[in-house]
Design a protein around this ligand. Structure first.
Ligand code: MG
Ligand code: MG
Ligand code: MG
Length: 307
């Protein structure tokens, strides 16, 4: 029976590339493994897979009766709805430990680094398996994406070292150029429905019993979003109501200015002031230096909701 390796809902490039890489590694150490995704790929991930000639993973919608390995998440809210009917064999991740539990011992690789693919690079080394050129290319791109070309607060020396090695294997010499090429693809929003943009990189969290959604769009210049901003603000209000959520926040991150404008739809906007010490105006607030949802946004909100 094949083991399914899959990342979180609303798959980002790390979720996709880590699933592909881990399935490759597992296959080479004698475990039949299939990479999978929970939904369609975003334009950035499509660009990466096309660039290195790697085919897209199959879509998985149920875990019932399957053996699975989770990558890039360990939160129930971000996993398969029927995960309880699957057997979890392992987790490879770089987020805070989520609320997934298991009935059997499992193989866990959870490191405080900028990207799951950085952990995977180390796993290839641990098992003595050579990283194929095309897989090195997609892992490299995933790390550049998750660390925002090494600018994010989540980026560690291990991420940079992994990229040095992966770049050599993939034959890529200019990482800033590769990263910018990727972020330009990511910045293209014209003609895309607001809901699709809101959900492109979106996660639900349970914060002290409140359902809180946080989305993020990373662009090379915030002005790219000027024309779609009103529609985005409307859509997060609708999304909040539809899902019975307390709040939906959308981070519009300018990777050159290194900060984020946060659009807010909330039953209680004062959580924003509590979390960041700045009062929002007109349903939004500029957060200087904030680029990482995981490190600079989620913990602040969790504290604000708890207290
Ligand atoms: Mg991710
Ligand atoms: Mg990641
Ligand atoms: Mg990200």
């Amino acid at each position: 029976m094949a083991v399914y390796v899959y990342g979180h809902k609303n798959p980002d490039s790390d979720s996709v590339c880590a699933a592909i890489a881990l399935a490759d590694l597992k296959s080479k150490i004698g475990v039949e493994a299939v990479p999978a995704v929970q939904g369609n790929l975003n334009p950035e991930s499509n660009f990466i897979l096309e660039k290195f000639g790697v085919s897209a993973p199959e879509i998985i919608s149920s875990g019932a009766g399957k053996q699975v390995i989770l990558v890039d998440h360990s939160d129930l809210a971000q996993s398969l709805d029927d995960l309880k009917d699957a057997e979890i064999l392992g987790i490879v991740d770089h987020h805070k430990l989520g609320d997934v539990t298991t009935s059997n011992p499992l193989e866990c690789w959870i490191w405080p680094v900028g990207c799951t693919c950085t952990v995977l690079k180390a796993m290839y080394g641990f098992f003595g398996v050579e990283i194929p050129k095309n897989i090195a290319g997609i892992m490299l791109c995933a790390i550049l994406s998750d660390t925002v070309i090494f600018k994010s607060a989540t980026c560690t020396d291990q991420d940079k070292e992994a990229c040095d090695v992966l770049a050599k294997i993939a034959g890529e010499s200019d990482l800033s150029a590769l990263g910018m090429e990727m972020f330009k693809v990511k910045s293209a929003v014209e003609g895309t429905p607001a809901r699709e943009l809101v959900l492109r990189d979106y996660k639900d969290f349970n914060m002290s019993g409140n359902k809180v959604g946080i989305g993020q769009l990373e662009v090379v210049d915030l002005s790219i979003l000027d024309s779609v901003k009103p529609a985005l603000a409307e859509d997060i209000k609708a999304l909040k109501t539809e899902g019975g959520r307390h709040s939906v926040f959308l981070l519009l991150t300018d990777i050159m200015k290194e900060g984020s404008e946060m659009l807010i739809a909330s039953d209680d906007e004062s959580v924003v002031q509590k979390a960041f010490g700045i009062a929002p105006e007109g349903g939004k607030v500029w957060l200087d230096g904030v680029m990482s949802r995981k490190k600079q946004v989620v913990p602040n909100f969790e504290k604000a909701f708890a207290g």
